[in-house]
Design a protein around this ligand. Structure first.
Ligand code: DC
Length: 213
């Protein structure tokens, strides 16, 4: 079974996917984490977003794994926290626009989805990665609400980003993520659209379960 969820940064995809994975016994695949791993590896190799060829090369030979507790491993190292850093967050969107990087990550995501029952969240899961998924959702919330949520989350996790930095980053990523040549965040008629702006986490989960049942 494949449950696919797309939506903008901060819409709650990660939280909802994690809860659904436990309730429905699915493996949770955070596809944004795969692009974040490429961004982290690029930073560690002192590459800039402009060094496209080098970044592509690096994405050809990258080992990314997930465990059942939502940990992410890059070349064997647990990088779950590091991929959420300010530095990674500020370059991940342009890196995810590189078509060859996307091809490598989509191949990896398909392999993971084809060998497990999964809930997979990202930007192009319902449209490109698994357009024939059993259930397809678009999870949304207003920009202000998404920034508030991310700010709260980062404070709890001790990630050093101010409210204004988060606002600017999410706004820029919204634009970039929905204007990509390939794999753009898009709304389609066959997604179930859920606006979580005024809903609690439990209420959102209930809506997903209603559809899946
Ligand atoms: O979900 P996230 O914020 O961790 O994702 C990080 C970036 O990766 C996001 O700005 C866009 C990109 N991304 C993508 O292009 N396609 C996906 N399926 C998931 C994420």
């Amino acid at each position: 079974m494949i449950v696919a969820i797309d939506g903008p940064a901060g819409s709650g995809k990660g939280t909802i996917a994690s809860i659904l994975s436990k309730k429905l016994n699915l493996v949770n695949i955070d596809t944004g984490a795969t692009y974040r791993c490429v961004a982290l590896k690029a930073l560690r190799n002192n590459l800039k977003v402009e060094d496209k060829d080098e970044i592509i090369k690096l994405s050809n030979n990258i080992d990314i794994k997930f465990d059942l507790n939502n940990n992410v491993y890059l070349d064997g190292e647990n990088v779950t926290k590091e991929i959420r850093s300010k530095e990674v967050t500020s370059i991940v969107s342009p890196i995810s626009s590189i078509i060859e990087v996307r091809k490598n990550m989509v191949d990896l995501q398909r392999r993971l989805g084809n060998s497990n029952n999964v809930v997979m969240e990202g930007r192009d899961i319902t449209t490109v990665v698994f357009p024939n998924a059993d259930y397809k959702f678009y999870l949304d919330a207003t920009l202000e609400e998404r920034v508030n949520r991310r700010y709260k989350e980062y404070q709890e996790k001790n990630i050093d980003m101010s409210y204004d930095e988060i606002y600017e980053n999410i706004k820029a990523r919204d634009y970039n993520d929905s204007h990509k040549e390939v794999g753009s965040l898009t709304r389609t008629d066959d997604q179930v659209y859920i606006d979580s702006t005024n809903l609690t986490i439990d209420e959102v989960v209930e809506k997903f379960i209603e559809v899946i049942k």
